[in-house]
Design a protein around this ligand. Structure first.
Ligand code: 6GU
Length: 270
């Protein structure tokens, strides 16, 4: 999978050299490239922002700078993963299937923004299936709205995504969150694929049960008996109960959206 990140703070993304995502880059599972947006500015101050039309506080990121950057990085379906260094400039040989239609093979543009849809495991799963994702990190009051509009018109899927109901200074930290969330879903990144099956926000629609390791007794706190029993059916039942209780206490919204068909009789027995 190819991922390009555009940002005015490339150093923020240095953390993606570490851990499982770093290993995925070294083994070639993930071709991740970070670009400095200012490379597409044209004035000697390398300006990327300007004052907002309609007035108000703060600055807005300029569409022309973003437009040039995206032309180089998004590529076109005939010319996927347009090489930023190569600069094959916008000779759109892949025919668009309808003005507003998503073109097959076109890169998926992700724009982290607090005014986006809330990013979930479902978004991570969908992005992990893409061949090419471009993440456009905004700063200041955001990116001129025509940038996303133009990318959609050119046939790119565009997802404006928030990582939660709070405000960060820019999209970089949210980009880290999203890239880690979908990066670990790429085949071969998490060593034991079973680790992906039982986790929180997985198919069960529940938070994960509490986990324990040795020693069985630590500073007066004991591991629940059942986990030491070797009785697999009882352990499974206990874990399911714990997941249900935990989800009900911490995430009543998730309980409300559980499908009754996915519950078994024992889930309803007090
Ligand atoms: Cl994606 N960006 C910013 N700036 N703030 C956020 C966010 C994104 N998600 C939550 N808060």
């Amino acid at each position: 999978m190819r991922v390009d990140v555009l940002t005015i703070f490339p150093d923020y993304l240095a953390a993606l050299d570490l851990s499982l995502v770093g290993k995925a880059r070294r083994t070639g599972i993930l071709d991740l490239r970070v670009h400095d947006l200012r490379d597409w500015a044209t004035d000697r101050h390398r300006t990327v922002d300007d004052t907002p039309f309609g007035g108000g506080a703060g600055m807005v990121m300029k569409p022309d700078v973003w437009g040039r950057a995206l032309d180089d990085v998004l590529g076109t379906p005939g010319d996927p993963a347009g090489d930023p260094a190569g600069g094959t400039d916008g000779a759109a040989d892949g025919a668009a299937d309808g003005a507003a239609g998503v073109r097959a093979g076109a890169a998926h543009l992700v724009v982290p923004t607090p005014s986006g849809e809330v990013f979930t495991q479902r978004h991570a799963e969908a992005l992990a299936r893409e061949e090419h994702v471009v993440v456009a990190c905004g700063r200041y009051e955001g990116i001129d709205a025509r940038v996303a509009e133009r990318a959609r018109a050119a046939g790119h899927r565009v997802s404006e995504l928030s990582i939660g109901d709070y405000v960060l200074n820019g999209g970089e930290v949210a980009a880290l969150v999203m890239i880690e969330a979908f990066g670990r879903l790429l085949p071969g990144v998490v060593g034991n694929p079973h680790s992906l099956v039982e986790e929180s926000h997985g198919a069960a629609g529940l938070l994960e049960y509490p986990v324990y390791t040795k020693p069985p007794s630590w500073e007066g706190h004991d591991v629940p008996e059942v986990l030491l029993s070797g009785h697999h059916a009882r352990i499974e039942r206990w874990r399911r109960d714990q997941a249900l209780v935990r989800t009900a206490a911490r995430r009543p919204d998730m309980v409300a959206s559980l499908d009754v068909a996915d519950l078994d009789r024992a889930d309803l027995t007090v």
